[in-house]
Design a protein around this ligand. Structure first.
Ligand code: N01
Length: 544
């Protein structure tokens, strides 16, 4: 066992590392860059994977592609990086994002402070010295003043506990931990469980080579065509020319995407106007369909107009009427669960070797040695693909044994669900910052924009402590309780909490406390709140 420590460039006297960052995805890379390159702190990044890339390092399933547009799904902190990097398609594929993040790691000389293949298993706060002691699976200990988790919101894979899975003689894989040497579907009978954003991306690509694909659907889902396409030189030039204006827009609007939400109500438009607008947005494709009217996210009646439009499109695409009805039997408002976008998802069900099993009417009983048995049928399978999502927002944090003041663990603190201040700090866990933690806008936004906001705020906070000779910051109980009600109030102004089975509420994980996790008040508003708190000497935090 080794203990690693070192001196910051004069910044913290004889203290060990200034900061330990867990994770080398979008958050971890930028946190390292800004703390070390911009401000001279000594930082160590610990990353479980054998490469940088975070989410995109692990999610290499067929069809893995970002739903945000490439010119927006990237860093904005460096103008020269923005000018240099050339995206190839409207939406970046997983491999291209991994290439981009590797480029960033090289471009900003980040690798020398990133230790790969290093899984953090525990972290303990030393209350006397105001330091975090972080242990890895290999038994090494790292010590630093600050601990920053940059471990992603969707990084703890959810494999449902299906009876008999251990007896299955074929291969099974989860999309969030995809084998890096790929999975060969050719000539194989594949069962895919899950029809969220991931499943909807994966099914059409798996169907291209599989002998047979059976999609097991528990909840039918909306999807709008992505309309992915290669970017022309002209489009790329236009994006570069507009980069500054688009960056300002993304930083100040609700969801961090490069568009504004139409300010008109769907209910004030005539039926013809609505149809024309939805048709236009459908043709343009992508997540911006949600921005067609101001009240789609907040008014059930307005939402139904968009939902009915999408269902009419699904019915037109899918030839078999029973399959079309099962795909349209959607039990929630459009956008109240994270809405996918797709490339040929519904059309895939017109292929002879692809079928849909509606688990609402024909639930899974067990996995057998040779497939999946539902109530009515045994489905013979060679490969099972779990596109069953994640223990979102808290799963990865709680998988590390984090011990705060007085030996209280994060598991104990969050036994009734996550509670923190601004998504970033938890009472009893001083000097711990959780980038895009529960209570932050994160998953309701275009992630890199939300990540940059959180990271910049943390860096500003650490600078503030440094400048004032302070070594400890902790959210107050009152601030944390108030933030919980702010998160609830913001959610209640939308249709998001009306869906009982969404992962936003933790409902996809048996036994997980039902707490609406992300902040739904919008990224622009969140940024103002965070800036205001910092300007008022970090109001709500106890600094010592
Ligand atoms: O996971 P999900 P995901 N038996 O939880 C089903 C982001 N993302 O990986 O709806 C049968 O959404 C479950 O059914 P139900 C994005 O934020 C981004 O698809 O719970 N089925 C559902 O159909 C997204 O929201 C990109 O009833 C079971 C599916 O599995 C988030 O990741 C691309 C089951 C899980 O859907 C997660 O998406 C992809 C069971 N026991 C994903 N358990 C980008 O482009 C679960 N299901 C950025």
């Amino acid at each position: 066992m080794t203990t690693v420590s070192g001196n910051a460039s004069g910044s913290q006297g004889d203290l060990p590392l200034d900061a330990i960052v867990i994770g080398a995805g979008f958050s971890g890379l930028y946190q390292l860059h800004t703390l070390r390159n911009d401000h001279g702190y000594r930082v160590q990044v610990l990353e479980a994977g054998d490469g940088v890339g975070g989410t995109w390092h692990w999610n290499r399933y067929p069809g893995a592609r970002c739903d945000s547009e490439s010119h927006a799904y990237c860093y904005s902190f460096s103008d020269s990086l923005t000018r240099e990097w050339q995206w190839s398609e409207r939406y970046p594929g997983a491999a291209e994002i991994v290439r981009y993040l590797n480029h960033v790691a090289d471009r900003f000389d980040l690798r020398r402070d990133i230790q790969l293949n290093t899984r953090v298993v525990s972290a303990r706060f030393d209350d006397d010295r105001h330091q975090w002691h972080v242990k890895t699976a290999a038994g090494d200990t790292f010590v630093a003043r600050y601990l920053i988790t940059a471990i992603g919101c969707l990084s703890s894979a959810n494999v449902p506990a299906l009876a008999g899975l251990d007896r299955f003689n074929g291969q099974w894989v989860h999309t969030g931990a995809w084998p890096h040497d790929g999975v060969d579907f050719s000539g194989r009978r594949v069962g895919q469980i899950g029809t969220g954003s991931t499943g909807i991306q994966a099914a059409p690509v798996i169907a291209e080579t599989a002998k047979q694909l059976t999609v097991f659907q528990r909840t039918a889902n909306y999807s709008v065509p992505a309309r992915n396409a290669p970017l022309s030189d002209e489009q790329r030039q236009q994006q570069r020319d507009n980069a500054t204006a688009v960056r300002e827009l993304m930083r100040s609007n609700t969801n961090g995407h490069p568009w504004s939400i139409n300010s008109e109500s769907a209910l004030q438009a005539s039926a013809d106007e609505r149809a024309a607008r939805y048709e236009r947005m459908w043709t343009d494709g992508g997540l911006r369909f949600r921005a067609a009217y101001s009240d789609l996210g907040s008014n059930a009646q307005a939402n139904r107009t968009a939902a009915d439009f999408i269902k009419s499109k699904i019915r037109r695409k899918v030839r078999d009427p029973a399959t079309a009805e099962a795909l349209c039997n959607i039990d929630h408002p459009y956008g109240a669960k994270r809405p996918p976008i797709d490339t040929g998802y519904f059309e895939t069900f017109n292929r002879d070797h692809v079928s849909l099993v509606d688990l609402k009417s024909d639930p899974i009983i067990e996995v057998t040695a040779s497939g999946i048995r539902t109530e009515s049928t045994h489905h013979n399978l060679d490969i099972i693909v779990f596109a069953t999502g994640f223990d979102a927002m808290t799963g990865a944090l709680l998988s590390i044994d984090i011990e705060g003041v007085g030996g209280t663990t994060l598991q104990q603190k969050w036994a009734d669900g996550p509670c923190n201040y601004l998504g970033i700090q938890i009472t009893g866990f001083p000097n711990l910052f959780t980038i895009t933690g529960p209570g932050s806008p994160s998953v309701l936004t275009n992630m890199p924009v939300a990540i940059e906001q959180h990271v910049d705020w943390v860096t500003g906070c650490i600078n503030h402590l440094q400048q004032h000779g302070k070594t400890r910051i902790e959210a107050s109980d009152e601030a944390m309780t108030n933030w919980r009600s702010e998160v609830n109030t913001a959610a209640d102004a939308t249709l998001l909490p009306t869906v009982a089975h969404s992962w936003y509420l933790g409902a996809n994980i048996p036994g997980k406390p039902r707490v609406f996790m992300p902040y739904a008040g919008g990224l622009g508003r969140f940024r103002e709140i965070c800036n205001d708190i910092a300007a008022r000497n970090y109001d709500g935090f106890v600094i010592s």
